[in-house]
Design a protein around this ligand. Structure first.
Ligand code: HEM
Length: 550
């Protein structure tokens, strides 16, 4: 297979693993563990590595000096790689995540959506994030002693429900289901197929008719679900002030609105990009907390000092901002396990990357997962989980492009603050309420699709002693819990009586008419009759316990 972007004659050779005839290095990158295998190879073969797949050369950058070049926006732009192309190509339009940077729809959507991700807007989402986090807490509080928790399944329920509620006022009610929501099933098919196509030549992709049909059916289901949400919002006559509201009512700098079919694509993109990554982040962080008692103790000390011991008082934005050690835990988690482990860049013109020559347009993988594990940057103990790497003093002396879990430049993650706010909130509520007990027989295993997540991670949660529910509300408190900056009507859940209900934060004020949500709140969510029984974990204990490479 001829390379579309051949390197200039006499260019400095790039090291890489020796390949096999015809397949090249394909066998070095086993299905299901490509990212980890690539990281191992990158750490062995150097900061710029060449691999060959079925005759085509691919370039993998993982050194800081390479990232310095790739992050230079004047010389490089995002390259939309196969999994993203597969996803984007299936949607009515490309969506923010999967479009080329010169696509006018990207620029328009970026401008329209930016206000929905401002710090002010994100603070407005906090009560909704707490609403969903409360469902997780309630589920874990009601487990029988010793009953295991499937961590990744629960963090996925949580993050999907959070982005759907904050973004579109829609409740998937994942905590009230025994099996995955059909939308989630469809999304998984779509992501897995995108990943599979990364390794397959085009004729093979075409020949897999069953896989193609499943893919198309999944796209159809996702598109129609989202169209239903949009139609319902339009029928309500109120655009709302969430992501969907922004897209329905917002205008770009030229005064143009987003076309309808683009709104569908953007919604699907947000549902995917907004939950997969954050769910993996939380699951990995919980894994580390369950394994590292001294880290867990420091986290508990901080949470107790900032939030206190009354779990009935919801955390305020100001309190969340003071949870610096928890933020360090999350940053360190994203260092070792950046849940979007790589992004792609292409030179705008012929240029060099870390001293290696490349032709314009050549796709180069920026493998953050390997960058984040380089001993020359992170020290000989780079593989060790240590949140103190992100103390303000140590962070200040990190090279500027040594840490890139959220991508770079104009195409960096628009949802970064959203993700961090949600993750710190949920982690704080968990740490405040539970001790996390690891299964000693489990070694970290990872499921790779477009993102990475722990696989088969089961822990036990033990309610903490010494909590004093209601104590802070009974006694006058020096710093009262924060009110939402403005009541967000779409956030309300119907009251048990179907009329007005009391606000959770000030206990006095009542909302007006109940929300016309298509699904119920935790208080009223569907139960299968009789006392509420929580669904058991979806994967149970019969899961692979394969040893992790790290
Ligand atoms: C821990 C959580 C997250 C991580 C690690 C993460 C990581 C990333 C990365 C690396 C990119 C750049 C991809 C590329 O260059 O190809 C990206 C882009 C993006 N992310 Fe995130 N993300 C997270 C959470 C979120 C959330 C919560 C949302 C939405 C609410 C979101 C929405 C997006 C979108 C729309 C883009 C494309 C932006 C553009 O190109 O204009 N992400 N993310």
């Amino acid at each position: 297979m001829a390379d579309k972007h051949p390197r200039p004659p006499g260019a400095r050779p790039i090291p890489g693993p020796p390949g096999h005839p015809v397949v090249g290095n394909l066998l070095d990158l086993p299905r299901g563990r490509m990212v980890r295998a690539m990281t191992d190879l990158a750490l062995r073969y150097g900061p710029m590595m060449k691999i060959n797949i079925l005759g085509g050369d691919r370039y993998v950058a993982s050194g800081v000096e390479m990232f310095d070049d790739l992050c230079d926006e004047t010389r490089f732009a995002k390259f939309v790689a196969t999994p993203q192309r597969t996803l984007g190509g299936a949607l009515p339009t490309r969506g923010l995540f999967t479009s080329e940077s010169d696509d006018p729809l990207w620029k328009s959507a970026h401008e329209v959506l930016l206000p929905a991700f401002s710090m002010r807007a994100i603070r407005g989402y906090t009560p909704l994030m707490i609403d969903i986090a409360d469902q997780l807490m309630l589920k874990w509080e009601r487990l029988n002693p010793g009953e295991p928790v499937d961590v990744t399944a629960d963090t996925t329920r949580l993050t999907l429900d959070t982005i759907a509620l904050c973004g579109f006022g829609y409740r998937f009610n994942s905590f009230y289901r025994d099996s995955r929501h059909p939308f989630v099933e469809a999304m998984m098919v779509m992501l897995a197929e995108g990943q599979a196509r990364l390794r397959l030549p085009a004729p093979v992709v075409k020949a897999r008719r069953g896989a193609r049909r499943r893919f198309d059916d999944s796209v159809e289901l996702m598109t129609s679900t989202v169209q239903g949400i949009i139609d319902e919002r339009r029928d309500s006559g109120e655009p709302g002030d969430d992501l969907l509201g922004c897209m329905l009512a917002g205008r770009d700098k030229d005064g143009a609105r987003l076309p309808d079919r683009d709104i569908v694509s953007q919604c699907i993109t947000f549902l995917i990009a907004g939950h997969e990554t954050t769910s993996g982040l939380l699951a990995f962080a919980i894994h580390f907390l369950s394994r590292r008692p001294e880290v867990a103790q420091q986290a508990r000390d901080e949470v107790d000092a900032v939030l206190g011991t009354d779990p009935t008082v919801p955390p305020s934005d100001a309190q969340l901002g003071r949870l610096t050690y928890l933020s360090q835990i999350l940053e360190e988690t994203l260092r070792l396990w950046p849940t979007a482990p790589a992004f792609f860049r292409r030179p705008l013109e012929d240029t060099t990357v870390g001293g290696y020559e490349f032709a314009a347009g050549t796709p180069i993988m920026a493998l953050s997962m390997a960058l984040h594990r380089r001993p020359d940057v992170w020290g000989a103990d780079a593989e060790l989980f240590d949140p103190d790497r992100f103390t303000p003093e140590r962070r200040a002396v990190l090279p500027p492009n040594a840490y890139k879990p959220f991508g770079t430049g104009a195409r960096a993650c628009i949802g970064r603050q959203f993700a961090l706010q949600e993750a710190v909130l949920v982690l704080a509520m968990i740490v405040q309420r539970f001790d996390l007990v690891a299964d000693p027989g489990y070694a970290l295993d990872v499921r790779e699709s477009m993102t990475i997540k722990p696989q088969g991670l089961m822990i036990t949660v033990v309610p903490r002693r010494g909590l004093r529910p209601g104590s802070a509300r009974a006694a006058p408190v020096t710093a009262p819990p924060r009110r939402p900056s403005r009541p967000r009507r779409r956030a309300r859940s119907p009251s048990p009586t179907g009329t007005a209900r009391r606000c959770w934060c000030c206990s006095g004020r009542t909302w007006g008419r109940p929300r016309t949500s298509r699904a119920a709140s935790p208080a009223t969510a569907p139960t299968a009759g009789g006392p509420r029984r929580w669904p058991s974990s979806t994967t149970g204990w019969a899961i692979s316990r394969a040893r992790a490479p790290w």
